[in-house]
Design a protein around this ligand. Structure first.
Ligand SMILES: [Zn+2]
Length: 296
């Protein structure tokens, strides 16, 4: 079932869980995460970053759309970190049902201006918008990138930003970074900031770069108002590790994609299932199909 970002996240907010947003950087990752979500009966956002789209080409979106429509769980097609108006409009035309405009590196005024412009265009055709305030760190080696110094989202500014722009969800900077942390750095979430943001705002909040934060912190963040969590590195690392193992293994003749990739997809699936459970998204697809249960 293909749904918009607003539809998928409003239920998550109401029921107190986070929708996993997995970056589908390839058809294998796409199928693996959809399978995991169907198995766990979890709603899912398929996130595609502009750089991933550039590699996959536009025709890939037709594949995602087809998979979303056939899926037994709600699926939203989401543009991850749209950098400008053109990228966003291009994504909407391709059939994305949710777009992120990330002008977090600009001044507050510029961020408001661009996010508002995107909201006006996207809402006109029923597409949902996520924007970002504050900055998310960068550990290097990810398509998502980031900055070396994290600027935490200011709760009062977040409240004003939402009112001024009319966005549907907000990515907050509370101490996460894209990618996996170097071994000597211990990631720490500022849950005190999250608490204040959640108190002053009423739209779903999004966590980027939560790949190597401790499970306990992530779980707390979910109970405190995070309704979407982006997962990219975690599912790609296990896929690549398994592939490396196979390619370096005994059978040096192995070459068929249908022999090479299925064991890697299994590893991705395992991580996806772990995340779904951690985000409390398991068995939540029923809230999108059964109106009666929704009223409970
Ligand atoms: Zn991100």
């Amino acid at each position: 079932m293909l749904v918009t970002g607003k539809e998928i996240l409003s239920v998550a907010k109401k029921k107190g869980f986070a929708v996993p947003a997995f970056n589908a950087g390839s058809g294998q990752l796409l199928n693996a995460v959809i399978e995991a979500c169907e198995e766990a009966s979890s709603p899912v956002m398929i996130a595609i970053h502009p750089e991933e789209l550039c590699f996959l080409t536009d025709s890939f979106v037709a594949q995602v759309k087809y998979a979303a429509e056939k899926a037994t769980v709600p699926v939203c097609i989401h543009l991850d970190h749209g950098a400008d108006f053109t990228q966003v409009i291009h994504a909407i035309q391709l059939g994305f049902t949710s777009v992120m405009i990330d002008a977090s590196h600009c001044s507050y005024e510029e961020n408001v201006k661009l996010s508002k412009k995107v909201v006006e265009a996207a809402h006109a055709v029923g597409v949902s918008v996520e924007a970002e305030l504050g900055t998310i760190g960068d550990t290097g080696n990810t398509v998502e990138g980031g900055v070396s110094e994290i600027i935490y989202t200011d709760p009062k500014t977040a409240q004003a930003f939402i009112e001024e722009t009319g966005i549907d969800s907000l990515a907050v900077a509370i101490g996460t970074a894209h990618g996996i942390y170097p071994k000597d750095i211990e990631p720490k979430l500022r849950l005190d900031i999250l608490k204040d943001i959640a108190m002053l705002t009423d739209i779903p909040l999004v966590l980027h770069g939560g790949s190597s934060n401790p499970d306990e912190e992530i779980s707390k963040a979910v109970s405190m108002g995070i309704n979407k969590i982006n997962i990219s590195s975690d599912i790609k690392i296990v896929f690549a590790e398994k592939l490396r193992e196979i390619l370096n293994g005994e059978n040096q003749e192995i070459r068929e994609p249908n022999m090479l990739f299925p064991p890697c997809m299994e590893e991705t699936k395992k991580i996806a299932l772990e995340k779904i459970r951690l985000f409390k998204a398991e068995d939540k697809a029923r809230y999108y199909t059964n109106k009666k249960e929704d009223d409970e």
